[in-house]
Design a protein around this ligand. Structure first.
Ligand code: HEM
Ligand code: HEM
Ligand code: SF4
Ligand code: SF4
Length: 395
């Protein structure tokens, strides 16, 4: 390996480029493979889900490896990671992996070790009572929620990530430890519409949303920001150059044009827009990434705004449950939420989920025309009438 441990800890601020190690890249994954994975690499024959959270992969060589998948809270202390390492040392010869949805996977090579590992994992709880390593996240259930930084670290959020994810996972816990849905349901979360992560392509997505235009700090904006960048940041051209009465360079924002994306604030800290009462949560549904049967889909806005009701977000939790329960009761086997909604028609989706339809849900950005109905094919539902009413049609 290229990493020279001997030079670590010898940073000399007077000669910052001396002994500098750079461009060494990540460690090669091969050295972290359990021996059974190394040996059978590229030779897997088939796999089975033995029960929620437990998989077995069988190789052409006859070798079997058992995987136990546990929920991870993603945002972890070093103490937490050390506990994971202790478990890996005890049962898995020190090997462990994390999934693309931030679950933790422990791999063992015999059913006996599997039983012992399972019992140990389920016995571990935080002092508050929450499972440290709940087993699940496989098959047609709800697995971990891909999410972002929220108020823990980012400066542009309109809501919090970790607390909302905890609240929603608490309410969906039986779907994490079970496989009772028509297909897997991917829930994801982003605290602003930079959409770091997967909100634009998930079965259900929770998205932080502002409802007020930025406040401009005319005093400092020219000193802090590249004004042309601020102006070019706006997707709807609401920002233009301006001068203050004393002749300072600044910008002005046409408020009726702004749709609160916050992109100008990303470019310029003199136009903040977060707001205690204005900010909240939008829910999207029907996205997917895989190509199974239908093409990948973007998720679509189905709930325009819910309040940031800290710390447990009861309204968000209730709406997510409503959508999942309607989907579970009505969709066919293998249908993802988007497949189901498109088959029955979105007007039926709104009816089945008991969601009101408002004008906020009608696309009005550039290519919006393609999302309108250019057909007489629709079903009579309250939601269909609501669309008509909301655009000033017959009621
Ligand atoms: C597609 C867009 C983006 C993705 C996928 C992304 C992803 C990530 C991930 C995975 C982390 C590490 C989180 C963790 O340690 O748990 C991170 C950290 C961070 N991101 Fe992003 N990010 C994106 C865009 C942005 C943008 C636009 C900003 C700011 C305007 C931003 C600001 C930060 C900051 C401040 C951190 C923390 C860095 C640290 O802990 O040292 N990210 N991002
Ligand atoms: C004359 C050369 C450059 C100028 C004047 C310039 C200017 C800027 C400015 C004004 C920003 C925005 C800062 C902010 O958001 O507050 C920025 C961001 C950034 N620039 Fe440059 N830049 C230059 C060259 C480069 C080059 C060569 C790279 C990379 C190879 C680079 C990478 C970045 C990155 C990664 C960001 C952060 C983007 C983000 O936070 O979302 N820049 N640059
Ligand atoms: S989604 Fe927005 S607020 Fe959340 S971490 Fe990403 S940039 Fe920050
Ligand atoms: S918040 Fe978005 S829409 Fe509003 S002025 Fe800034 S960039 Fe434009």
């Amino acid at each position: 390996m290229g990493l020279s441990l001997g030079k670590n800890g010898q940073y000399n601020p007077d000669k910052p480029t001396e002994d500098r190690i750079t461009d060494i890249g990540p460690r090669h994954f091969w050295q972290y493979f359990p021996p059974a994975i190394q040996k059978n690499y590229g030779k897997w024959d088939h796999h089975e889900i033995l029960e929620p959270g437990i998989l077995v992969h069988v190789s052409e060589t006859g070798d079997k490896v058992f995987t136990v998948r546990c929920g991870g809270c993603r945002f972890m202390t070093v103490e937490n990671v050390r506990e994971i390492c202790d478990i890996a040392d005890k049962y898995c010869n020190g090997f462990v992996r994390f999934t693309t949805r931030n679950n933790i996977e422990f791999i063992v090579d015999s059913p006996e070790k599997l039983e012992a590992l399972k019992n140990d994992l389920l016995s571990r709880k935080h002092v508050s009572g929450s499972y440290k390593f709940p087993i699940g996240g496989t098959g047609a259930g709800v697995t971990n929620i891909v999410h972002t930084q929220g108020y823990i670290h980012c400066h542009t959020p309109a809501t919090d990530a970790s607390s909302m994810v905890k609240s929603v996972m608490d309410s969906l816990f039986d779907y994490f430890t079970g496989m009772t849905l028509p297909a897997q349901v991917r829930v994801s979360m982003a605290c602003c519409l930079n959409m770091c992560g997967a909100v634009h392509c998930s079965d259900i997505a929770l998205l932080g949303y502002h409802r007020k235009p930025p406040v401009i700090d005319h005093e400092y904006i020219d000193a802090l920001c590249e004004l042309p960048l601020v102006i070019a940041a706006c997707p709807v051209g609401a920002i233009s150059p301006a001068k203050t009465e004393s002749g300072k360079k600044t910008v002005k924002i046409k408020e009726e044009r702004c749709m609160f994306c916050g992109n100008c604030y990303t470019m310029c800290q003199a136009v903040p827009l977060s707001d205690k009462l204005g900010d909240g949560v939008t829910i999207l549904a029907g996205g997917k990434l895989s190509n199974r049967i239908s093409e990948p889909k973007f998720s679509k806005v189905v709930v325009p705004w819910l309040p940031n009701n800290f710390p447990r977000f009861p309204e968000v939790v209730e709406h997510v449950k409503k959508i999942i329960e309607a989907y579970a009761a009505n969709a066919n086997k293998y249908e993802r939420i988007g497949d189901w909604a498109e088959r029955i028609g979105w007007e039926k989706f709104f009816e089945k989920c008991g969601l009101p339809f408002t004008e906020h849900l009608i696309d009005d950005y550039r290519l919006a025309y393609d999302t309108f109905r250019t057909s007489t094919q629709f079903k009579y539902t309250e939601a269909a009438w609501a669309v008509s009413k909301s655009v000033g049609g017959i009621d």
